[in-house]
Design a protein around this ligand. Structure first.
Ligand code: GN1
Ligand code: MG
Length: 342
C-alpha cells in the first residue's frame, strides 16, 4: 500500500522517510490513512485522506473553508489545537493525482476518538468544545464560506427527496421500508416549524459527532475539533442536534436493538449545559429556546437521509450489508420517538 501511495505522499511538503501506512476506519465518506514518517530524531504521524468528490464536488472550496477558518482561529488565539492541512510542493492545500484529490494533516499526538459517550463529563466537555469553537468564530463572516454541499441541512428539501423516492420505488426495498416510511410521514410537521423562524447565520460545523473531537489520551480532555469538510454558513440547530443524535443514544446509529434505543437524559442535560457554557452567552434567546427542537429536526433529517439512501439503492453512505441503511433509519426513528416523548 505504501508503495502505491508514495507518489501522492511525495507531493506534500514533509520531511523524512515514509515508513508505515494503514487505513483508519472512520466516517462514511472519505478514504483515510494514518501515515508515519521517520526522521533522524523522531517518528511523525499524519492523516492522509482521499476526498470523496462524488460528495464534495469542489475540493478547492472545502480546503479554502478549512484554511480560512483555521487562520482566523489562529489570529484569535483559539485555545485548542487547530486542524490545518499541510501544503503541497506547489503550495496548495491538496493535490490532484490522476483523477483523485488528496490532502494531508498532521496527526495530533497522543489523541484518540470515541464513538460513544460513556460519561456526563465527556458529554459536557465535548459539547463545550463545539460551543467554544462556534464562539471563537462568532465574528467570522459566515457568508465568506463556500457551500461545500449544497442544501446540506435543507430538511425541507431532504423531505421532498425522500417523498419522491417513496413514490418511485416499488418491490422489496419499499415493502421492507414501509413501516419506517409511515413513521417519518408523521414527523413531517417538524419541517414546517423551521420555515417561519429566523436565526443568526453562523459558521456551522455541520458534523458535530462525538468522534469528531480528538481527546487527549492522558488527560481525557478535548484537544481538537476535526472533520471540517462541512464548515458552512448555517444555524446552530443542526450542530446542537448532531450532538444529541450521537452523544445521547443508549446504542449507536448502527445498532438494530431497536427496543433498547433511547435518549439518555443525564447525557442530554450535560451536553446542553456544556454547549451553552462553551458559547458563553453569545447565543440569542431564540437559539437557546430552540435547541431541543433542533435535536428533533436533526434526527428526523438523518432518518430521512438513511431511508432515502436505502430506497435509492445505497448511492451515498458506505454500507456493510444490504439492509444497513434501513437499520440505521429505524435506529434513528427509535431515537426520535424517545426524544420527542421526553
Ligand atoms: C456522514 O462520514 P461521516 O461519518 O463524517 C455525513 C453526515 C452524517 C453521518 C451519519 C458529508 O458523516 O452528515 O450525519 O455520516 N457526512 C456527509 O453518521 O454527508
Ligand atoms: Mg463527516
Amino acid at each position: 500500500m505504501l508503495e502505491k501511495l508514495l507518489p501522492i505522499i511525495q507531493r506534500f511538503q514533509i520531511e523524512g522517510q515514509a515508513s508505515h501506512i494503514a487505513p483508519i476506519e472512520i466516517g462514511h465518506i472519505n478514504e483515510t490513512y494514518k501515515l508515519t514518517l521517520k526522521n533522524r530524531e523522531s517518528d511523525n504521524d499524519f492523516v492522509l485522506q482521499k476526498i470523496n468528490t462524488q460528495i464534495f464536488k469542489s475540493p478547492q472550496d472545502v480546503m479554502e473553508n478549512i484554511t480560512k477558518v483555521g487562520q482566523f482561529l489562529k489570529e484569535k488565539n483559539y485555545p485548542k489545537e487547530i486542524l490545518m492541512p499541510i501544503q503541497s510542493v506547489d503550495n496548495q492545500y491538496f493535490i490532484k493525482y490522476k483523477t483523485d484529490y488528496w490532502r494531508l494533516f498532521p496527526f495530533i499526538k497522543n489523541t484518540q476518538t470515541f464513538n460513544e459517550v460513556d460519561t456526563t463529563e465527556k458529554a459536557y466537555q465535548a459539547a463545550f468544545a463545539f460551543g467554544e469553537y462556534g464562539r471563537y468564530l462568532n465574528d467570522f463572516d459566515a457568508t465568506a464560506l463556500k457551500e461545500t454541499i449544497q442544501d446540506f441541512h435543507n430538511t425541507n428539501l431532504r423531505y421532498q427527496q425522500f417523498f419522491e423516492w417513496t413514490k418511485k420505488v416499488k418491490g422489496t426495498r419499499k415493502k421492507k421500508a414501509q413501516k419506517s416510511i409511515d413513521q417519518l410521514f408523521k414527523y413531517r410537521y417538524l419541517v414546517s416549524v423551521i420555515k417561519d423562524i429566523k436565526l443568526p447565520l453562523r459558521v456551522a460545523h455541520n458534523d458535530t459527532k462525538i468522534n469528531n473531537i480528538l481527546f487527549d489520551k492522558t488527560t481525557q480532555q478535548p484537544v481538537c475539533v476535526i472533520d471540517l469538510d462541512t464548515l458552512m454558513p448555517g444555524t446552530i440547530l443542526y450542530d446542537f442536534g448532531d450532538m444529541v443524535r450521537t452523544f445521547t443514544p443508549s446504542l449507536e446509529e448502527n445498532s438494530a436493538d431497536y427496543d433498547q434505543i433511547f435518549v439518555r437524559k443525564n447525557i442530554l442535560k450535560a451536553l446542553t449545559e456544556g454547549y451553552i457554557a462553551g458559547w458563553n452567552e453569545e447565543l440569542n434567546y431564540l437559539e437557546t429556546k430552540l435547541l431541543h427542537y433542533g435535536a428533533q429536526l436533526t434526527i428526523f433529517e438523518q432518518a430521512l437521509r438513511f431511508l432515502t439512501d436505502y430506497l435509492a439503492g445505497d448511492p451515498y453512505y458506505k454500507v456493510a450489508y444490504a439492509e444497513h441503511n434501513l437499520v440505521r433509519a429505524k435506529n434513528q426513528i427509535c431515537l426520535l420517538d424517545s426524544l420527542v416523548s421526553l
